[in-house]
Design a binder for this molecule. Sequence first.
Ligand SMILES: [Zn+2]
Length: 69
Amino acid sequence: MGTRETYTEKLACPKCGTTGSAKLEENANPLHRGNRLDRKVIEINGPFQAEPKLDAPIRCAQCDAVVLD
Ligand SMILES: [Zn+2]
């Protein structure tokens, strides 16, 4: 088991300027030490969407731009 940490990330669409926030969980997986952390979206506030899987990009629901990848 790795270390799990939740945090809130502010979101702002680079294309249309829509703002919101997302609650994310990062799981420091020892098998991937030194690489990027696993990131899971727990909750999204605002007109954004993400697939419910690890490291899925968060997209703007208005213009489909990638807001966080
Ligand atoms: Zn947008």
